[in-house]
Design a protein around this ligand. Sequence first.
Ligand SMILES: [Cu+2]
Length: 267
Amino acid sequence: MKKFALICAVTAITLSLALIGCGGKSDEDGETVRDEIETPDAVPFPTEDATIAVAGIVKFEGDVPVRKQLVVSGSDAVCTAAHGANPILSEVYVVDDHGDHKTLTDVYVRVKGLEKTYKGFTTPSTAVVINQKGCQYKPHAAALMTGQELKVTSDDDTTHNVHYVGNNPEKNKTSKLGQVISWKFNKADVKGKLKCDVHSWMGAQLYIQSHPFHAVTGSEGTFSLGMLPPGTYTIEARHAKAGRQSQTITLEKGKPAPKIEFVFKKK
Ligand SMILES: [Cu+2]
Protein backbone atom coordinates (compact mmCIF):
# COMPACT_ATOMS: atom_id res chain seq x y z
CA MET A 1 0.00 0.00 0.00
CA LYS A 2 2.88 2.31 0.84
CA LYS A 3 4.30 1.88 -2.66
CA PHE A 4 0.87 2.57 -4.18
CA ALA A 5 0.52 5.76 -2.09
CA LEU A 6 3.96 6.92 -3.22
CA ILE A 7 3.06 6.35 -6.88
CA CYS A 8 -0.16 8.30 -6.38
CA ALA A 9 1.69 11.18 -4.74
CA VAL A 10 4.30 11.35 -7.52
CA THR A 11 1.54 11.21 -10.17
CA ALA A 12 -0.37 14.01 -8.41
CA ILE A 13 2.72 16.22 -8.22
CA THR A 14 3.55 15.55 -11.88
CA LEU A 15 -0.03 16.40 -12.93
CA SER A 16 0.07 19.61 -10.86
CA LEU A 17 3.30 20.68 -12.48
CA ALA A 18 1.88 19.87 -15.91
CA LEU A 19 -1.21 21.97 -15.17
CA ILE A 20 0.92 24.90 -13.97
CA GLY A 21 2.94 24.56 -17.17
CA CYS A 22 -0.15 24.58 -19.35
CA GLY A 23 -1.98 27.33 -17.52
CA GLY A 24 0.16 30.28 -18.56
CA LYS A 25 0.80 33.33 -16.46
CA SER A 26 -2.36 35.09 -15.32
CA ASP A 27 -2.65 38.69 -14.31
CA GLU A 28 -4.93 39.92 -11.52
CA ASP A 29 -8.07 39.94 -13.62
CA GLY A 30 -7.48 36.50 -14.98
CA GLU A 31 -6.17 37.30 -18.40
CA THR A 32 -3.33 35.17 -19.59
CA VAL A 33 -0.30 37.12 -20.71
CA ARG A 34 0.71 34.84 -23.53
CA ASP A 35 -0.64 36.46 -26.64
CA GLU A 36 2.77 37.67 -27.78
CA ILE A 37 3.57 34.10 -28.83
CA GLU A 38 3.51 33.59 -32.59
CA THR A 39 1.85 30.48 -33.92
CA PRO A 40 3.45 28.27 -36.58
CA ASP A 41 0.65 29.16 -39.03
CA ALA A 42 1.43 32.89 -38.94
CA VAL A 43 2.12 34.33 -42.40
CA PRO A 44 4.49 37.21 -43.24
CA PHE A 45 3.05 40.71 -42.91
CA PRO A 46 2.15 42.85 -44.78
CA THR A 47 0.15 40.89 -47.30
CA GLU A 48 -0.70 42.59 -50.61
CA ASP A 49 -4.29 43.17 -49.53
CA ALA A 50 -3.39 44.96 -46.28
CA THR A 51 -5.00 48.15 -47.53
CA ILE A 52 -7.98 48.76 -45.24
CA ALA A 53 -7.43 51.56 -42.72
CA VAL A 54 -8.80 50.80 -39.26
CA ALA A 55 -9.66 53.73 -37.00
CA GLY A 56 -12.21 54.87 -34.47
CA ILE A 57 -13.07 56.91 -31.42
CA VAL A 58 -13.38 56.39 -27.66
CA LYS A 59 -16.26 58.36 -26.20
CA PHE A 60 -17.11 59.04 -22.58
CA GLU A 61 -20.60 58.91 -21.11
CA GLY A 62 -21.53 60.82 -17.96
CA ASP A 63 -20.41 63.98 -16.20
CA VAL A 64 -16.84 65.07 -16.80
CA PRO A 65 -14.98 63.71 -13.74
CA VAL A 66 -13.38 66.32 -11.51
CA ARG A 67 -9.63 65.91 -11.67
CA LYS A 68 -8.32 65.72 -8.14
CA GLN A 69 -5.41 67.84 -7.04
CA LEU A 70 -2.54 65.48 -6.36
CA VAL A 71 -0.98 65.68 -2.94
CA VAL A 72 2.45 67.15 -3.35
CA SER A 73 4.66 66.58 -0.35
CA GLY A 74 6.04 70.11 -0.54
CA SER A 75 9.58 68.83 -0.45
CA ASP A 76 10.18 69.56 -4.10
CA ALA A 77 9.38 73.15 -5.08
CA VAL A 78 10.55 72.44 -8.65
CA CYS A 79 7.44 70.30 -9.19
CA THR A 80 4.92 72.91 -8.07
CA ALA A 81 6.82 75.85 -9.64
CA ALA A 82 6.60 74.16 -13.05
CA HIS A 83 2.80 74.40 -12.86
CA GLY A 84 2.78 78.08 -11.88
CA ALA A 85 -0.48 78.99 -10.15
CA ASN A 86 -2.13 75.76 -11.29
CA PRO A 87 -2.35 72.66 -9.12
CA ILE A 88 -0.90 69.34 -10.26
CA LEU A 89 -3.98 67.44 -11.35
CA SER A 90 -4.73 63.73 -11.47
CA GLU A 91 -4.53 62.22 -14.95
CA VAL A 92 -6.58 59.15 -14.15
CA TYR A 93 -9.69 60.40 -16.00
CA VAL A 94 -8.94 63.03 -18.63
CA VAL A 95 -12.24 63.72 -20.41
CA ASP A 96 -12.73 66.33 -23.11
CA ASP A 97 -16.13 67.83 -23.75
CA HIS A 98 -16.57 68.56 -27.46
CA GLY A 99 -20.13 69.87 -27.11
CA ASP A 100 -22.10 67.12 -28.82
CA HIS A 101 -19.90 64.35 -27.40
CA LYS A 102 -17.22 63.70 -24.80
CA THR A 103 -14.05 61.69 -25.32
CA LEU A 104 -11.68 59.83 -23.03
CA THR A 105 -7.90 60.29 -23.26
CA ASP A 106 -5.27 57.59 -22.50
CA VAL A 107 -7.32 54.63 -23.68
CA TYR A 108 -5.14 51.93 -25.19
CA VAL A 109 -6.64 50.29 -28.29
CA ARG A 110 -5.15 47.26 -30.00
CA VAL A 111 -5.94 44.56 -32.53
CA LYS A 112 -5.92 41.61 -30.19
CA GLY A 113 -4.10 38.41 -31.12
CA LEU A 114 -2.84 39.65 -34.49
CA GLU A 115 0.52 37.96 -33.83
CA LYS A 116 -1.25 34.60 -34.07
CA THR A 117 -2.14 35.24 -37.72
CA TYR A 118 0.81 37.30 -38.96
CA LYS A 119 4.52 37.56 -38.31
CA GLY A 120 7.42 39.74 -39.43
CA PHE A 121 5.92 43.06 -38.41
CA THR A 122 8.22 46.02 -38.99
CA THR A 123 9.37 47.64 -35.76
CA PRO A 124 9.01 51.43 -36.01
CA SER A 125 12.42 53.09 -36.29
CA THR A 126 11.21 56.17 -34.43
CA ALA A 127 11.39 56.19 -30.66
CA VAL A 128 8.41 56.69 -28.38
CA VAL A 129 9.22 59.64 -26.12
CA ILE A 130 7.87 60.15 -22.60
CA ASN A 131 8.96 63.40 -20.98
CA GLN A 132 9.01 64.22 -17.28
CA LYS A 133 7.58 67.70 -17.01
CA GLY A 134 6.33 69.34 -13.83
CA CYS A 135 6.85 65.99 -12.11
CA GLN A 136 4.38 64.20 -14.34
CA TYR A 137 4.96 61.78 -17.19
CA LYS A 138 3.88 63.27 -20.53
CA PRO A 139 2.11 61.49 -22.09
CA HIS A 140 0.45 59.61 -19.25
CA ALA A 141 0.02 56.51 -21.46
CA ALA A 142 2.03 55.32 -24.45
CA ALA A 143 2.03 52.43 -26.94
CA LEU A 144 5.34 50.80 -27.82
CA MET A 145 6.27 47.82 -29.99
CA THR A 146 8.67 45.15 -28.74
CA GLY A 147 12.17 46.15 -29.87
CA GLN A 148 11.14 49.77 -30.39
CA GLU A 149 13.10 52.41 -28.50
CA LEU A 150 11.51 54.19 -25.54
CA LYS A 151 13.18 57.47 -24.65
CA VAL A 152 12.42 58.99 -21.27
CA THR A 153 13.51 62.61 -21.06
CA SER A 154 13.30 65.22 -18.29
CA ASP A 155 12.49 68.92 -18.38
CA ASP A 156 12.63 69.10 -14.58
CA ASP A 157 15.58 70.48 -12.69
CA THR A 158 15.17 67.85 -10.01
CA THR A 159 15.99 64.18 -9.54
CA HIS A 160 13.51 61.58 -10.72
CA ASN A 161 13.93 57.87 -10.97
CA VAL A 162 12.22 56.14 -13.83
CA HIS A 163 11.00 52.78 -12.60
CA TYR A 164 9.38 50.27 -14.95
CA VAL A 165 7.38 47.38 -13.51
CA GLY A 166 5.50 44.92 -15.66
CA ASN A 167 5.83 41.76 -17.71
CA ASN A 168 9.43 42.54 -18.74
CA PRO A 169 12.36 42.56 -16.29
CA GLU A 170 12.16 45.50 -13.88
CA LYS A 171 14.09 48.64 -14.85
CA ASN A 172 15.05 51.52 -12.57
CA LYS A 173 17.21 54.50 -13.42
CA THR A 174 17.92 57.92 -11.92
CA SER A 175 16.94 60.78 -14.19
CA LYS A 176 18.08 64.40 -14.14
CA LEU A 177 17.37 67.49 -16.23
CA GLY A 178 18.31 66.99 -19.87
CA GLN A 179 19.26 63.32 -19.51
CA VAL A 180 17.79 60.75 -21.87
CA ILE A 181 17.06 57.18 -20.81
CA SER A 182 16.86 54.72 -23.70
CA TRP A 183 15.14 51.39 -23.16
CA LYS A 184 13.80 48.52 -25.26
CA PHE A 185 11.45 45.76 -24.20
CA ASN A 186 11.17 42.20 -25.51
CA LYS A 187 7.82 41.05 -24.18
CA ALA A 188 4.28 42.22 -24.82
CA ASP A 189 2.75 43.87 -21.79
CA VAL A 190 -0.62 45.52 -21.27
CA LYS A 191 -0.09 46.12 -17.55
CA GLY A 192 3.31 47.84 -17.56
CA LYS A 193 3.81 51.02 -15.57
CA LEU A 194 6.41 53.71 -15.12
CA LYS A 195 6.69 55.02 -11.57
CA CYS A 196 8.98 57.45 -9.80
CA ASP A 197 10.08 56.49 -6.32
CA VAL A 198 10.95 60.12 -5.48
CA HIS A 199 7.51 61.52 -6.38
CA SER A 200 4.86 59.01 -5.37
CA TRP A 201 2.12 60.56 -7.55
CA MET A 202 4.08 60.13 -10.79
CA GLY A 203 2.87 57.31 -13.00
CA ALA A 204 2.43 56.34 -16.65
CA GLN A 205 0.95 53.35 -18.43
CA LEU A 206 3.30 51.66 -20.87
CA TYR A 207 1.57 49.32 -23.31
CA ILE A 208 3.89 47.03 -25.28
CA GLN A 209 2.80 44.83 -28.17
CA SER A 210 4.61 42.53 -30.58
CA HIS A 211 2.87 44.20 -33.54
CA PRO A 212 2.33 47.87 -34.37
CA PHE A 213 -1.48 47.77 -34.59
CA HIS A 214 -2.19 49.71 -31.44
CA ALA A 215 -2.60 53.29 -30.29
CA VAL A 216 -3.44 55.49 -27.30
CA THR A 217 -6.21 58.08 -27.52
CA GLY A 218 -5.43 61.78 -27.16
CA SER A 219 -7.67 64.74 -26.46
CA GLU A 220 -9.86 64.06 -29.52
CA GLY A 221 -10.46 60.47 -28.38
CA THR A 222 -9.55 59.15 -31.81
CA PHE A 223 -7.26 56.28 -32.68
CA SER A 224 -5.76 54.92 -35.88
CA LEU A 225 -4.52 51.34 -35.93
CA GLY A 226 -3.07 51.03 -39.45
CA MET A 227 -3.89 49.07 -42.60
CA LEU A 228 -5.13 45.49 -42.40
CA PRO A 229 -6.22 42.86 -44.92
CA PRO A 230 -9.83 41.63 -45.16
CA GLY A 231 -10.78 39.44 -42.25
CA THR A 232 -12.38 39.38 -38.82
CA TYR A 233 -10.56 41.03 -35.94
CA THR A 234 -11.02 41.62 -32.23
CA ILE A 235 -10.42 45.22 -31.25
CA GLU A 236 -9.77 45.77 -27.56
CA ALA A 237 -9.83 49.07 -25.68
CA ARG A 238 -8.54 49.36 -22.15
CA HIS A 239 -8.24 52.20 -19.66
CA ALA A 240 -6.26 52.12 -16.43
CA LYS A 241 -9.37 52.65 -14.28
CA ALA A 242 -12.44 52.35 -16.52
CA GLY A 243 -11.70 48.73 -17.46
CA ARG A 244 -11.64 47.09 -20.86
CA GLN A 245 -14.01 46.38 -23.69
CA SER A 246 -13.72 44.54 -26.96
CA GLN A 247 -15.63 44.27 -30.18
CA THR A 248 -15.33 42.24 -33.34
CA ILE A 249 -15.07 43.89 -36.73
CA THR A 250 -15.09 42.37 -40.20
CA LEU A 251 -13.12 43.97 -42.98
CA GLU A 252 -14.32 43.25 -46.50
CA LYS A 253 -12.36 43.52 -49.71
CA GLY A 254 -12.96 46.79 -51.56
CA LYS A 255 -14.94 48.34 -48.71
CA PRO A 256 -13.90 50.85 -46.05
CA ALA A 257 -13.59 49.54 -42.50
CA PRO A 258 -16.57 50.01 -40.21
CA LYS A 259 -16.07 53.01 -37.90
CA ILE A 260 -15.19 51.69 -34.46
CA GLU A 261 -16.70 53.37 -31.41
CA PHE A 262 -16.15 52.52 -27.75
CA VAL A 263 -18.05 54.22 -24.94
CA PHE A 264 -16.58 54.24 -21.43
CA LYS A 265 -18.10 55.39 -18.14
CA LYS A 266 -16.38 56.28 -14.90
CA LYS A 267 -15.86 53.30 -12.61
CU1 LIG B 1 10.01 62.04 -9.93
